[in-house]
Design a binder for this molecule. Structure first.
Ligand SMILES: Nc1ncnc2c1ncn2[C@@H]1O[C@H](COP(=O)(O)OP(=O)(O)OP(=O)(O)O)[C@@H](O)[C@H]1O
Length: 722
């Protein structure tokens, strides 16, 4: 017989008893007495399935009790009781590590001039190409990188091109490719196959580059562009390859997949090989894929032009290029004098030994990009992020924000959490109300574990929207040109200065204004110096200033009885409201087993990603520095989970005493499956197998970067020739 809803919820008397027990437990904690043994871990997980509304109703009642100490009662006994009840408020702000003074070294950032007064028609391009650039792409004058690169590439030279994010590198290579192919004496036939091969690290970037090429080809209808990027049925891609693609844009993984399985693919006519985001594509993650591609291309064609582009061409790439490219030209718009009134973008030089290129470790950042950092104790991270979202996207107009997380699971968790809490509580306009400021909270998410159709839809939607909040992994860090993004938030610090540059580079593109915020824990403050050593300058925003926005959000006000007067004001009220917000998160997380399990999995993923920071950053980001209980709070978990394994709903026979962060987190197979690669073709089962294995061996793959299989010993290294 099914239990009645009332019975399922428990009789009122039982509920009261439960509440009393809980209060007793809290009192013991506050008085320093050892906490009573939790009856069963199931009590932690077996929260009844409450709807969000129910949770909020329950919460309203609770908050009244929680914050009643703010009233000043004459009765000493009452006061004692009040102090005890204050535990929820104080727990969020108590026992946090001190926030250190940020002695940030002020460095002179490298600057690049973006625009030039020169028009495209000065380049001697086909008149139809010029009119397409002007009329379809709506650009008339060249950017610095275009002015430097296009003539060099039209001369037939190999080139390494570095210029800051959002400075127009795509057209810098697309225009010469189209100009040269349309001018070929024997007119290109579709069935000839690829004349140009463009490799990019992500599917969204492949789509975006394809879109640009397609626009440029409008007057030259006989040249057919095409994109291979995974997610699409291999069969239909094969059919398109069979018909013929002359400018082929692909992610490495998907191209390898076709090289191995598609007979119709050949490279005998290749004249151009372009690696966009070359440092990303040539790093270890893509080593095997790139080797396969280059071997396949080299086997069929020896003479072609090679172009490598990125905002962060590092020494490693330059050295590799130095031995692999033929008489290349290095183009860097970076104005070394930092004096923009002189020598505006005149730095074009032949590649010499790596040291000759000087400032390879200092990357230029758009002048109109303001960078900020805030130091936030772990317990307060979540409320701080939420407050910042509200401040920018609810209370200010026309804000478009991208928030970077270190793994797919972190994105999923925060996306769902914000939808169910921030949006429901503060975001949705009441029925019949005109959508207003609250309607600006439009959450979207993008990561590598999503179906391709959804990925593309999200990309398009965010691209065309004037506002919105995109939660994503580094899959969106490279190359994406999403218009009007005003804020970049890095909730988890990136693993390298190059990734920092690319993430923040999604805003302040092509002369627009934009800002970025990096959220660090107090123990991570040293990261600011690490950035400074790469000439990256950040200003501090105080956490209190971010939290103060909660004063504008009355739904986080502590409810007082009519007879009670709130004595909280200023910082105290901000703290109380922050606690209310944290309680909203915690109530949602603890509203069902499923949500608790999500939170735990996200926490585990966070720790995995944290353990994967490269050696040179380990002194800043080390799991040993994490306080698990505090970090758990930032996932809405009230306590540190006893085990970091994925929650299965079953109790272990012998529960471990407590989490030991010195050990690498144990990744359950389920977790390994979820942590699939961002950049893979998604089709190669052997790759997945190896990746899964490496996930289990090292937690590093929690970070949402692809680390496909390494080559066997003795076979490492790229072919000598691009
Ligand atoms: N000459 C130009 N004048 C005005 N806008 C331009 C010009 N060239 C390109 N753009 C625009 O600038 C934006 C950024 O260009 P693009 O994406 O090529 O930058 P990028 O240098 O490749 O950036 P990233 O390093 O992030 O990949 C695009 O919206 C593009 O249409």
């Amino acid at each position: 017989m099914a239990a009645s809803p009332a019975a399922a919820r428990g009789a009122p008397g039982m509920q009261a008893r439960r509440q009393a027990k809980a209060t007793k437990r809290k009192h013991r904690v506050s008085s320093g007495a050892p906490p009573a043994k939790r009856k069963k871990e199931t009590s932690f997980f077996s929260a009844k399935k409450t709807s969000v509304k129910e949770t909020q109703r329950a919460f309203k009642g609770k908050s009244q009790n929680i914050f009643s100490p703010t009233k000043h009662s004459a009765n000493a006994g009452d006061r004692k009781q009040e102090e005890k009840l204050c535990i929820k408020t104080s727990s969020l702000f108590k026992n946090n590590p001190e926030i250190p003074e940020l002695h940030r070294p002020v460095v002179k950032q490298a600057r690049e001039p973006v625009f030039t007064p020169e028009a495209f028609h000065e380049l001697g391009l086909h008149p139809h190409l010029i009119s397409t650039i002007n009329a379809v792409l709506k650009v008339s004058t060249m950017t610095s990188v275009q002015k430097q690169s296009i003539p060099v590439l039209l001369e037939g030279r190999d080139a390494l091109v570095r210029s800051q994010t959002g400075s127009g590198k795509t057209l810098a290579y697309c225009i010469p490719v189209v100009q040269s192919l349309q001018a070929m004496e024997s007119k290109i036939q579709r069935s000839d196959g690829p004349y140009a091969l463009v490799l990019v690290p992500t599917r969204e970037l492949a789509l975006q580059s394809f879109d640009t090429v397609q626009k440029l080809l409008k007057p030259f209808t006989w040249i057919v562009p095409g994109v291979l990027m995974g997610g699409e049925k291999r069969k239909s891609e094969k059919a398109r390859l069979r018909k013929g693609i002359n400018i082929l844009i692909s992610t490495p993984g998907r191209l390898v997949d076709h090289i191995k399985s598609t007979k119709n693919i050949h490279f005998s006519r290749i004249q151009w090989l372009v690696l966009d985001e070359a440092d990303r594509i040539l790093d270890l993650g893509f080593e095997k894929d790139i080797t396969v591609i280059l071997n396949a291309v080299n086997a069929e064609c020896q003479k072609r032009q090679n172009v490598l582009l990125s905002a962060t061409l590092t020494e490693g790439v330059t050295r590799l290029a130095d031995i692999s490219l033929h008489n290349p030209v290095s183009i860097s718009v970076l104005d070394k004098s930092h004096d923009l009134s002189t020598a505006r973008g005149r730095v074009v030089q032949d590649v010499g030994p790596p040291q000759a290129t000087g400032s390879l470790h200092s990357f230029a950042i758009p002048e109109s990009l303001e960078q900020y950092v805030t130091l936030v104790p772990s317990k307060l991270r979540l409320v701080c992020l939420a407050a910042f979202i509200l401040q920018k996207c609810k209370f200010e107009k026309e804000q478009k924000m991208i928030i970077f997380f270190s793994s797919c699971e972190l994105v999923e968790f925060h996306y769902n959490l914000f939808l169910q809490t921030l949006l429901r509580r503060t975001g949705a306009p009441a029925s019949g109300q005109v959508p207003s400021a609250s309607a600006r909270l439009k959450f979207l998410r993008l990561h590598g574990n999503m179906e391709q159709e959804e990925r593309t839809a999200v990309f398009e939607k965010f691209s065309h929207s004037k506002t919105g909040i995109l939660l994503c992994t580094d899959v969106a860090a490279r190359g994406l040109d999403l218009p009007q993004v005003t804020w970049i938030i890095q909730y988890n610090a990136p693993s390298s200065p190059a990734e920092y540059i690319h993430r923040i580079g999604r805003t302040a593109r092509i002369g627009c204004r934009g800002s970025s915020l990096l959220i660090l824990a107090p123990s991570e403050a040293e990261y600011v110096n690490s950035l400074a050593s790469h000439k990256i300058n950040v200003s501090e925003i105080k956490m209190e200033d971010i939290l103060s926005i909660l004063m504008r959000e009355d739904c986080f006000k502590v409810r007082q009885k009519k007879t009670q007067k709130s004595h909280a004001a200023g910082p105290q009220e901000i703290r109380e409201r922050a606690t209310v917000l944290q309680t909203v998160f915690e109530d949602y997380v603890h509203s069902s087993e499923r949500t608790v399990s999500w939170a735990k999995r996200a926490l585990q993923s966070f720790i995995g990603a944290y353990a994967a920071y490269p050696r040179e950053l380990k002194h800043i980001f080390h799991v040993r520095a994490l306080h698990l209980g505090h970090v758990a709070k930032s996932f809405g978990l009230r306590d540190a989970p006893r085990s970091l394994g994925v929650y299965t709903g079953k109790r272990r026979k012998t529960a471990p005493r407590g989490p030991d962060l010195r050990k690498k987190p144990r990744c359950e197979p389920r977790l390994a499956e979820v942590l699939r690669s961002e950049y893979s073709s998604g089709l190669d089962p052997s790759a997945t197998q190896v990746r899964r294995q490496s996930t289990l061996e090292a937690s590093s793959s929690s970070r949402d970067h692809e680390r496909p299989e390494r080559l066997p010993k003795g076979q490492q290294g790229l072919p000598e020739r691009f």
